[in-house]
Design a binder for this molecule. Structure first.
Ligand SMILES: NC(=O)C1=CN([C@@H]2O[C@H](COP(=O)(O)OP(=O)(O)OC[C@H]3O[C@@H](n4cnc5c(N)ncnc54)[C@H](OP(=O)(O)O)[C@@H]3O)[C@@H](O)[C@H]2O)C=CC1
Ligand SMILES: O=C(O)[C@@H]1CCC=N1
Length: 456
């Protein structure tokens, strides 16, 4: 039996080959963005074709088989010499087909198959290769005189088309939806750090038309890389490779690692790059000192709900970042949620209010549910209702444009249930505690900033 994926369903080699052939012809590569509806359509078509070929699998079985094949593909790609993979008998038979399906739109990361190896069932090593990072520093010339427009053109590889409204701080919200900075598809976006925040931003960006093959992520270990690969994003362990490959580079490592990472990549940063740091507390001044003179740097504070396109993001521009750079960043991030620009002083405050603020809301949601459990509701239902309550309250607050105090009073019936509950909250000092939470988180961000300056 073939065991290169799923034993329980007893797929044999011919059936797997037929399946992969069908997926290839259905242009499976278009489904690598992980969109459920589109994926389901393709698998339904695959089901019909498999059925016509005499193989009776359910759509779910086909999806599962594909998932396992993909997972093996990524493992081979990441670690071609892993002894564990030698045990995956039969994998080599599918490798060529998998590469053909998966290799779409990854012109920089070349994946190639060496067909000359021997076809024994064990002891084989794969020959899927990553390209090497750039070998020479392409660092910025200190007296570079490239105009802003030229710089942007070289970043985007193409056109900048502004919409009817320019984005100013004052008309920010409306401008954001009207601003049309058309980016050429070859704009390359890199992430250094593959953690929660990098994933959130990448997911947000990909919810638009952005092509996953134009994103690359690096991290020292592989533990977080699978979920990026699942989205069709290229991964590597080399930070330098990400910088050399990208136009916009997000630095998404913990604040205490900023110094190490920027030291490592600094000489590869050129005037083609926009470097965007999301590290809490790390100031533009600190970033500018660690990168070459006249580097275009933006300090961004996102929050986790970027994953579901409901983030709240605030950024501040470094001294060499122009309006065009801000427009480009907005255009890239607008699918992540609300994107605002402000003075750098507000970034630490936004960190307390929103970056950390989401965790405060989760704590409140958890406490709401626990209250219901205390009163006898099953925990699962209580959690579901608590999350829907927070979601509904948030949406109404945002969409109505009303002040929270007004909405609160609309819920309160005189002498009714809500005012009794609110009284208890006030007795518990919830308002003061919440204000203190934002204050403490803001102050902590400032502290982290001072530490990062001291580390230089
Ligand atoms: N989480 C949040 O809600 C928010 C976080 N932020 C900021 O985002 C940044 C990242 O936080 P978060 O995503 O939560 O952190 P995580 O711990 O989830 O991720 C950190 C990532 O950095 C990687 N890393 C560690 N060392 C290096 C290195 N030398 N080179 C490249 N990558 C490295 C880790 O690699 P590996 O996978 O191998 O461990 C990991 O992928 C922080 O600065 C934080 O202040 C900002 C707003 C909100
Ligand atoms: O807790 C932190 O430091 C990061 C920054 C904002 C949210 N998480």
């Amino acid at each position: 039996m073939d065991d290169s994926g799923i034993k329980k369903q007893n797929w044999d080699i011919t059936e797997t080959e037929v399946f992969l052939d069908i997926l290839k012809n259905l242009d499976m590569k278009k489904c690598r963005d992980g969109r459920k509806v589109r994926n389901h359509k393709v698998f339904t078509m695959a089901y019909n074709k498999m059925f016509a070929a005499g193989y009776h699998r359910t759509v779910d079985q086909l999806k599962f088989r594909w998932k396992l094949l993909k997972s093996t593909y990524y493992k081979v790609k990441r670690d071609p010499n892993s002894p564990a993979l030698n045990k995956v008998n039969g994998w080599f038979r599918y490798e060529k087909a998998m590469v053909e399906i998966m290799d779409a739109e990854q012109s920089v990361v070349e994946v190639e198959v060496n067909h000359s190896r021997n076809n024994s069932d064990d002891g084989e090593t794969s020959s899927l290769h990553w390209t090497q990072p750039c070998e020479e520093s392409t660092s910025r010339s200190p007296d570079a005189t490239t105009s802003d427009t030229e710089t942007l053109h070289s970043r985007c590889g193409g056109r900048l088309v502004e919409g009817p409204l320019a984005a100013t701080q004052e008309n920010n919200v409306q401008a954001q939806s009207m601003l049309q900075v058309k980016m050429e598809p070859q704009l390359k976006v890199g992430f250094i750090g593959a953690g929660n925040m990098a994933f959130g931003i990448a997911k947000g960006i990909l919810s638009g038309d952005f092509i996953p093959g134009n994103i690359k992520v690096s991290a020292p270990s592989s533990r977080n890389l699978d979920k990026f690969e699942e989205l069709g994003i290229a991964v590597t362990h080399s930070n330098v490779e990400v910088v050399c490959w990208s136009d916009v580079v997000f630095i998404a490592v913990k604040p205490h690692l900023i110094y190490v990472v920027l030291n490592e990549i600094s000489r590869y940063v050129t005037d083609r790059h926009i470097v965007v740091s999301v590290a809490a507390g790390v100031t533009l001044a600190a970033l500018e000192q660690l990168l070459p003179d006249s580097s275009v740097i933006i300090r961004l504070m996102p929050n986790l709900p970027c994953v579901v396109q409901e983030g709240a993001l605030l950024f501040a521009r470094g001294s060499h970042a122009k309006q065009e750079d801000a427009n480009l960043l907005r255009s890239l991030l607008h699918r992540c949620g609300l994107v605002e620009e402000g003075p750098e002083d507000w970034i630490d405050i936004h960190t307390g209010l929103s970056g950390s603020g989401v965790a405060f809301v989760y704590l409140f949601a958890e406490a709401l549910a626990e209250g219901a459990v205390k009163m006898g509701m099953p925990s699962a239902l209580a959690n579901t209702i608590a999350s829907q309550t927070v979601l509904g309250a948030g949406r109404l607050l945002r969409d109505s444009g009303k002040h929270p105090a007004q909405l609160r009073s609309e819920v309160c019936t005189p002498g009714g249930t809500t005012i009794f509950g609110l009284h208890s909250l006030e007795q518990g000092g919830v308002r003061a505690a919440t204000m203190s939470a934002v204050e403490s988180a803001t102050n902590r961000a400032k502290e982290l900033g001072l530490k990062s300056t001291a580390m230089k």
